[in-house]
Design a binder for this molecule. Structure first.
Ligand SMILES: Cc1ncc(COP(=O)(O)O)c(C=O)c1O
Length: 392
C-alpha cells in the first residue's frame, strides 16, 4: 500500500487533523465526492431520469464492485440507504409467527437488539442470546444446546460490535447454521472495508453493511447481500415496491429474480455512484493489506494506552481496528477535552449503546479510536503521547 498516495487522495486530511473516527463516519477519497458532485451537476441540467438512463451501465458497476469486495455475485447485491435499512428489509422477508425464536449475541448492535425486542412485543417472537466464554468469545457449545432445545428460525450475529474491539467468529456460527439449516443474518457494518469479509467463508444468508464507515463512502448508503438459496426460495421484503416485482395480474405480481428485489425504486443515484467509487477504491487498495495494516495500528495503540495506565476495554482473541478505553476512575471527559484540543477525531459511547457489554464490564462508557489504512504509525504515536501527557 502506498500510504503517501492514499493520503494525497484524501483532501480531508490536508489540514493536519488526526482522523481516528473511521468506525463513526470516515473521510471519503476525493474521487468519491468529485464523482457525486459531477453527477448532481448533470442532474441539475438534465433531470434525474435522463441522467440515470445515460449512466445506466456506470451505475450498474456498483453491483459488480460490491460483489467483488465480499466474494459474491452481482445478482446477490442490493443497494440500501443504510445498514439498518438493509437489516430491516432482510428481517421483514422472514415470516415470523408467535413463538418463533431468534438467537443473537450479547454484543449485537443496539438497533438490532431494539428491533428484536420490537418483534417480541409485536409478534411474540422469543429472543435469546447465546453465552460468551470467559475470554469473550461466543460459546458455541451453548449455541448448539440452545438450537437443540429451541429450533430457532434465525441466528443473527454482529461481526464487529460498535463499542468493543471484538471480532466475532462468524465463520464458526455459519457452519452451525448450515448443519441445522437455520437462517443466518450477519451485521458486517463495522467489518466491511476494515478487513477481508467473504460471504462464502461465513456461509450467511444475509449480510448488511453501511457506506460511510470503514468503506469510506458517502452517508445515506449501504448494501445488503442475499444468498442464492434465499433468492431461489422467493424471500422478499414485506413491503415490496415495483423495484421488487412485476405487476402481472390485478391481484398478483411476479418477483424479480435478483437481490434488487430488496431495494426501493427511488434512491439517490449520486450516492450510489459515490459508494461504487468508494468500494472500487477499497478493492484496488486490497482488503488483505488493509486488514494487516489496521491490525498493526490498533495493536500499537492498545499497547501504548495500556502502558500509559488507561483501561482498555477490548476483550476477545481477535481484535479489530476499534479501540475502546477510559481513564482513571472511568474518566471520559478529560480524554475528550485533550483530544479535541489536539485536533484528534474520535467518538464516545455511553452505557445504553452497549447495555449488556458495558454492564458486564461495569463501566459507564468508553472513548473510541478507530484507525484506518490512511493513518500512519507516527499519528498513533502522537495521539498516544498526547494522551499519556494528559495523565500527568
Ligand atoms: C455494528 C453496527 N451495525 C449497524 C450499524 C448501523 O448502521 P447505519 O447507521 O448505517 O444504519 C452500526 C452503526 O454504527 C454499527 O456499528
Amino acid at each position: 500500500m502506498d500510504i503517501n498516495k492514499i493520503r494525497k487522495d484524501t483532501r480531508g486530511l490536508e489540514d493536519g487533523k488526526i482522523f481516528l473516527n473511521n468506525a463513526g463516519s470516515s473521510l471519503m477519497p476525493d474521487l468519491v465526492t468529485d464523482a457525486m458532485i459531477d453527477y448532481l451537476k448533470s442532474e441539475e441540467y438534465s433531470g434525474g431520469y435522463h441522467i440515470a438512463n445515460v449512466n445506466a451501465d456506470i451505475l450498474e458497476e456498483f453491483y459488480d464492485e460490491t460483489a467483488k469486495l465480499i466474494n459474491a455475485k452481482a445478482d446477490n447485491i442490493a443497494f440500501a440507504t443504510s445498514a439498518t435499512e438493509a437489516y430491516a428489509k432482510a428481517l421483514s422477508s422472514i415470516v415470523f409467527k408467535e413463538g418463533d425464536v431468534i438467537i443473537t449475541t450479547a454484543d449485537d448492535y443496539i438497533s438490532n437488539q431494539i428491533t428484536f425486542i420490537s418483534l417480541h412485543k409485536k409478534l411474540g417472537v422469543k429472543v435469546m442470546r447465546m453465552k460468551n466464554l470467559p475470554d469473550c468469545e461466543l460459546d458455541l457449545e451453548d449455541l448448539e444446546h440452545l438450537i437443540k432445545i429451541y429450533h430457532p428460525k434465525l441466528l443473527a450475529v454482529t461481526h464487529i460490535p460498535t463499542n468493543s474491539g471484538l471480532i466475532q467468529n462468524v465463520e464458526a456460527v455459519g457452519k452451525i447454521c448450515k448443519k441445522h439449516d437455520i437462517l443466518y443474518l450477519v451485521d458486517a457494518c463495522q467489518s466491511v472495508g476494515q478487513m477481508v469479509v467473504d460471504v462464502e467463508k461465513i456461509g450467511c444468508d444475509f449480510l448488511t453493511a453501511t457506506g460511510r464507515k470503514f468503506l469510506r463512502g458517502p452517508r445515506g448508503t449501504g448494501f445488503l447481500y442475499v444468498s442464492d438459496r434465499i433468492l431461489e426460495q422467493e424471500y422478499a421484503p414485506l413491503l415490496l415496491d415495483m423495484r421488487g416485482a412485476n405487476w402481472t395480474e390485478y391481484d398478483d405480481y411476479k418477483l424479480f429474480t435478483t437481490a434488487k428485489r430488496f431495494e426501493h425504486w427511488e434512491i439517490s443515484y449520486a450516492s450510489m455512484l459515490g459508494l461504487k467509487h468508494a468500494i472500487r477504491y477499497a478493492n484496488e487498495v486490497g482488503m488483505e493489506p488493509v486488514e494487516k495494516y489496521n491490525r498493526n495500528l490498533s495493536q500499537k495503540l492498545r499497547n501504548n494506552l495500556k502502558d500509559s495506565g488507561f483501561d482498555v476495554w477490548d476483550l476477545g482473541n481477535r481484535l479489530s481496528s476499534i479501540v475502546t478505553f477510559s481513564g482513571p476512575d472511568g474518566d471520559l471527559e478529560n480524554i475528550q477535552k485533550v483530544l479535541k484540543e489536539n485536533n484528534v477525531y474520535f467518538s464516545v459511547a455511553y452505557k445504553n449503546s452497549a447495555l449488556i457489554d458495558f454492564t458486564n464490564k461495569n463501566i459507564n462508557g468508553i472513548v473510541r479510536l478507530s484507525p484506518h489504512y490512511f493513518n500512519t504509525i507516527e499519528e498513533i504515536e502522537r495521539v498516544s503521547e498526547i494522551l499519556e501527557r494528559s495523565l500527568k
